[in-house]
Design a protein around this ligand. Structure first.
Ligand SMILES: *[C@@H]1O[C@H](CO)[C@@H](O)[C@H](O)[C@H]1NC(C)=O
Ligand SMILES: *[C@@H]1O[C@H](CO)[C@@H](O)[C@H](O)[C@H]1NC(C)=O
Length: 224
């Protein structure tokens, strides 16, 4: 990887392509930290962010307050994610982890989704949650369990997973993810809510349903 980056840098230098930003990646940090500096758009970026001058780094660059506040679950799914990623804590840049609080109303659910860049380790602080992930093709096996307060579960990187409150009470969970910016692909939003929309015939064929059913689903998820 490092060799490839060296070659690329050499290539840019040889052709005087100095205006191009070089995006590079090393599995382990080569410095104490690289606190993201969103105001600095011009210099070399590490994991997508420019580094703040280490002399100006403060404790607050590694700090966030607010996970004691329950998220508003007043939506049709009955859940809310409160993320703490590199966008909330700039000091997480290059460090490869982040955190989330998830609140669930009674019978609320975090619908099927994947984190393209992170494995997730998840613990229940309050309530009873069914959790599950689905293995990849061809087995597509559902691995599922009901968790109580204090139980811990892992969602492997990239796999589609979900959580559902079993309805006894509100529920709260905390998750740690192995990326500063894990990303989220919501299955329904990406398939039925893309902009511009995927052609109806493609989805009708994929799901083995008629156009009318696809139109109905698109109407639920399209957000313009
Ligand atoms: C569940 O959470 C909602 C929203 O925060 C709140 O209004 C409600 O009182 C809670 N219910 C219980 C049983 O704690
Ligand atoms: C489904 O819609 C497409 C246009 O979006 C059309 O070409 C096709 O004939 C339709 N199929 C049926 C069975 O109505």
């Amino acid at each position: 990887m490092a060799t490839l980056i060296t070659i690329l840098i050499g290539f840019f230098a040889a052709f005087n392509l100095s205006i191009l930003s070089v995006f590079s990646y090393e599995p382990a940090p080569l410095q104490d930290f690289c606190v993201a500096d969103p105001s600095n758009q011009g210099s070399v970026r590490v994991n997508g962010m420019a580094c703040k001058n280490p002399l100006f780094v403060q404790a607050d660059d590694f700090y966030y307050s607010g996970l004691h506040i329950p998220g508003d679950t007043g939506n049709s799914y009955g859940y809310r994610v409160s993320p703490v990623t590199v966008y909330q804590i700039p000091g997480l840049n290059t460090l490869g982890l982040s955190m989330m609080r998830i609140d669930y109303a009674q019978w609320g659910s975090n619908p099927p989704h994947t984190h393209p860049r992170a494995t997730e380790i998840f613990t229940v602080l309050e309530g009873t949650l069914q959790v599950g992930f689905i293995t990849s093709d061809p087995l597509n096996r559902l691995v599922t369990k009901v968790l109580q307060r204090g139980d811990v579960f892992v969602f492997p990187v990239g796999l589609v997973h979900f959580q559902r409150n079993m309805g006894h009470s509100n529920a709260t969970a905390i998750a740690a993810l192995s990326s500063q910016n894990p990303g989220v692909i919501s299955i329904t939003n990406s398939i039925f809510g893309s902009t511009p929309p995927i052609e109806t015939e493609v989805l009708a064929q994929a799901f083995g349903v008629d156009n009318k059913t696809v139109h109905l689903l698109k109407k639920k998820f399209i957000h313009v």
